[in-house]
Ligand binder design. Sequence first.
Ligand SMILES: Cc1ncc(COP(=O)(O)O)c(C=O)c1O
Length: 427
Amino acid sequence: MPGEKSGKLYSEALKLFPGGVNSPVRAAVKPYPFYVERAEGPYLYTVDGERLVDYVLGYGPLILGHKHPAVLRAVEEQVEKGWLYGAPTEAEVELAKTILRHYPPASMIRLVNTGTEATMLAVRLARAYTGRELIVKFDGCYHGAHDYLLVGAGSAASHYGVPSSQGIPRCVAERTLVARYNDPDSLEEIMRRHGDKVAAVIVEPVMGNYGLIPPRRGFLRELRRIVDEYASLLILDEVITGFRLRLGGAQEYYGVKADLTTLGKIIGGGFPIGAVIGPEEIISMITPGGKVFNAGTFNAHPVTVAAGLATIKVLEEGEAYAKARDAARRIAEALEDQASRRGVKHWVNRVESMLQIFFTEGPVEKPEDARRSDRRLYEALHRELLQRGVFIPPSQYEVIFTSAVHGEEALEHTINAVEEAFRQITV
Ligand SMILES: Cc1ncc(COP(=O)(O)O)c(C=O)c1O
């Protein structure tokens, strides 16, 4: 349980911020969030004097852990030279070339500030390029906080989206149709009825916002085929998976190519970023080259660009992925082992350095499978682990991430904590 100082800060914060926080999931740590003083390697240090092994990692960006020396150096060097110019830099050219080298045949990029901006721009681009208005997304996938895609499934018969937030005009939500993840037939059915009006199909190649749900074998290739049949565009939202599964992201991992790819998180090395990449024919339509509007005071921010470049350079050296993957494998095994020993129904999904445990009989291949998980048991696991100095996401619907710096000490601490936590939650 977070300590006294965190409690005091939170009671002040409750008067200042809606729900006491600036992004909803942060309030899911109960009874109140811990407040962080500093972070290093795999650890967060709280204002209450506690050290936590961090498996949230800023919700994905920190694949090299906190305050990696190479990233720190790059940021310090940039800050020494000033940090905002309102004019381009040499480093942004280098970052663009570095990212694109790993995502052939994409040849152009627009850098923005968040994943939200990236998917918003990708949708606008797809509409402009195809001259069509409808977008298809998949139920349970999250693509950021803007109106185009903050849409859930309507009645199964119509597939028309309904706003999943107040304040989104129904007429905007209705432009977004909703298919079922890992079910290509549901996309096929929508496309048969509306395909000639569909500008793009957008999907998280690995679902990372409903716990972790990997694509079934062949699912992404089926999407590619269906999208091609109707001359729509395929947008792969790799805000989480880009540079996490490997340098070429989910596209290299699963052998499927997008028309437009959205990136974020890791490419900013822990600083705010988003990007849309694709062929010149489409990306060059963005202002000022073309007429699809995008602009941003902070686009290609020099500090972000420095941190992103330094991060990718370390990843290119090659060892980081194996280390992060091994750490994830050990945590997955520990969770499975303890759950089995104690006779708890469970299912663990893992892809490289991302994993999540569900307390249900598996497999978990769709949001409805994830919804069957005993969320209270997951929350109890989160709570018991936190008390033992281990921070996994407070919500069943987030992902446990590992980094290249989750070394032996952090892992052993975690594995012991997992054993003790299961003993508590299964008595
Ligand atoms: C797949 C995906 N797309 C887009 C976003 C939005 O990114 P941001 O939070 O940087 O706006 C997220 C955020 O978690 C995400 O997971």
